[in-house]
Design a protein around this ligand. Structure first.
Ligand code: PMT
Length: 406
């Protein structure tokens, strides 16, 4: 989310979802606050929400027509629901009823709002509001925990007097508090840290015009470098051949072979965090030919010799950074990745299935993150979104070890 601090104007594109509950009237105030702060806001209401507040109220404060149904031919011919899901920098559902949370947790797409939540790569924020017993119910708490595990950000609920006459936890946070949280600066949680990222594949020459290579586009590593820079780190990206532009605020060193990548990484003496997303060739041709190999009609064989392992070298440094690596596997993902993490001395490994159109050279991916004593399953998502989850996990791990050592 490219959000400036709350006392500046914001240019965020926010999709505000409103589900059915008495707190829906407060969402009108929320939308107004967000629009006043400079956000562009589109509102989507569930059918139940329209029983509490009319779409016209939200249209008046947002300045845009409100969408309430998935199968609306006229609205879909403008910005269809997939385009709307992609348009949003963030999705904010306020109020989020118990029913809506259950449907999100179950991965349902039975109305426009839940469909958008499945289709978006943007962060999803929920401001729950419900009766205190409904909030405390184990089913709701299990849904909350599952949604948080998947990266949903919860705002509240608050405790206090409820519309039903009871008192307890379940009130929606006040619109001002939700707006303030949404308008805060993006996390600068890597400020002061030196981060080195490798990306893309290497090319190992056979002769002056031919090489051994792989299908890595660099997308994953470039997305990681971009996210680290957004979070305030000083980032060096050591990149194999890639057509991608250098992310803003990132220093880029272009290399071609594994040996050049290793030399570039070794030239960086001090780093806090190393992330090896590059698909480094495990082998190179022992003696590349000085001239173009001639076609003889006979079978030829190439002698391959192992390349140095870049990530293992970084992990073996006397003053080692936190080391994150990847595992690209076609089978037995978990077992191979777990063994690779230990063998190369990584703190965290991001395992992906590759081959058959998976992992390499595509905008999205699914990852299994493994570290000592923990794991996260990251469902299929854009590589930008995966990059944010990798840094969130890095903070989770380093915070736990900080707490343990203090
Ligand atoms: O670039 P994209 O098109 O976006 O595709 C992304 C990706 C599939 C390349 C990426 O998600 C990925 O899996 N990168 C690592 C690919 C790889 O080389 O995996 P590996 O299992 O062979 O290597 C394990 C780890 O050791 C990797 O972190 C690798 O960078 C590192 N390594 C490998 C060999 C070597 N000589 N030196 C290394 O540092």
């Amino acid at each position: 989310m490219n959000a400036p601090s709350s006392n500046e104007s914001s240019s965020q594109r926010l999709l505000v979802g409103v589900s059915g509950g008495i707190a829906a009237y407060k969402a009108v105030v929320l939308v107004r606050r967000l629009v006043e702060a400079g956000c562009e806001v589109r509102v989507v209401m569930t059918e139940a929400a329209t029983r509490f507040v009319t779409p016209l109220s939200f249209q008046a404060v947002s300045g845009h027509p409100v969408r309430t149904t998935l199968l609306d031919a006229e609205a879909e011919s403008g910005m269809d629901h997939i385009a709307l899901a992609r348009w949003a920098d963030a999705v904010v559902i306020a109020p989020a009823s118990a029913d809506l949370m259950a449907r999100l947790a179950a991965g349902m797409a039975d109305d426009l709002l839940t469909t958008l939540c499945l289709a978006t790569e943007a962060p999803v924020h929920l401001a729950p509001a419900m009766n205190r017993q409904m909030w405390a119910h184990p089913a709701t708490q299990a849904n909350r925990a599952l949604l948080v595990e998947r990266g949903v950000v919860m705002h509240g609920p608050a405790a206090g007097a409820q519309a039903c006459g009871e008192t307890g936890e379940g009130r929606m946070l006040e619109p001002g508090a939700i707006a303030e949280a949404l308008l805060q600066s993006p996390a600068r949680d890597l400020a002061g840290q030196r981060v080195v990222v490798t990306a893309a594949g290497t090319r190992e020459p056979i002769d002056p015009v031919r090489f051994l290579a792989n299908r890595s586009s660099g997308r994953m590593g470039f997305a990681i470098a971009a996210e680290a820079a957004r979070r305030g780190a000083a980032v060096t990206l050591v990149a194999g051949p890639s057509a991608l532009p250098t992310p803003a605020g990132v220093e880029r060193i272009d290399v071609e072979t594994a040996a050049e990548m290793q030399a570039a990484v070794e030239s960086i003496e001090s780093m806090d965090l190393f992330i090896g997303a590059a698909a480094v060739a495990d082998y190179r041709v022992a003696e590349p030919a000085a001239s173009k190999l001639k076609k003889t009609g006979e079978a030829v064989s190439l002698e391959l010799v192992p390349n140095p392992d870049i990530i293992a070298g970084v992990a073996a440094r006397a003053e080692r950074p936190f080391v994150i690596g990847f595992a690209a596997e076609t089978d037995d993902l978990r077992e191979h990745a777990a063994a690779k993490r230990v063998a190369k001395g990584m703190d965290l490994i991001c395992a992906n299935e590759v081959g058959a159109g998976k992992g390499f050279d595509r905008p999205d991916n699914a990852l299994l993150l493994l570290w000592e004593g923990g794991e996260h399953v990251l469902a299929q998502a854009g590589k930008e979104r995966l990059a944010t989850r990798i840094f969130d996990t890095y903070h989770q791990i380093t915070q736990v070890s900080d707490d343990a050592s203090s």
